[in-house]
Design a protein around this ligand. Sequence first.
Ligand code: TYD
Length: 229
Amino acid sequence: MTFLAADLHNFHDVFRPLPATDGRFISFEGIEGSGKTTQIRRLEASLKAQGLEVLCLREPGGTPFGEQLRQAILTQGEPLDPMAEAGLFVASRAQLLKEKILPFLHGQPRHVVLLDRYLDSTLAYQGHARGRPVAPLWAMHQFAPLNTLPHTTFFLDIDVETSLARQAARGNQKDYFEARQRDFHQRLAEGYRALAKAHSERIVTVDARRAEDLVFADLSAALRARGVL
Ligand code: TYD
């Protein structure tokens, strides 16, 4: 299985972060219960306190069209073909980039987008967890606006036991993905780790089994060290 989209030999020409004259684009990834939402809220407050303009978004969703797709997919009963799933997520993403993310960041270096899930979710969920190669999924992103890479992606890494325990503690009804078997979640976690290894220049792995404060300290330190903010 390839994680570097080896079929796209011109990867670094096709996929780029936004120029320095634009704002910063940060995405968050992880399996269910990894604490993305909590960390995004904390980072939003901290960045706003530093005088930055922050826009928090989630995928799928964030636009009227994306929210409709979100409803359609998360309430779907029978498993869809992974390419059907991918098509829906990619459609929601393209619209989110065009309507919200790119206009907000364009020419505004003090604007920051914090995005709960982005293309690595498609690679991990529709690719690795379903036992499918990721190259066709990268290929779906090779044209604008989908070829935009975040400046930094945080992968909040937890093990499947912690994920299941946190989900049980929440006690919510399981959605389309949460209802999958344990081996799906295991492959998902492994897929994310492999992606983080293959794209270590972009993806920062944080051990998210730890206390919220420690995770947040790591995120903040990584952003400073990487000169993202
Ligand atoms: P959500 O309730 O937002 O889950 P979470 O809080 O864990 O982010 O539902 C989004 C679900 O959609 C989540 O299970 C991951 C899945 N997903 C994909 O399978 N592929 C994708 O490209 C994206 C963006 C999400």
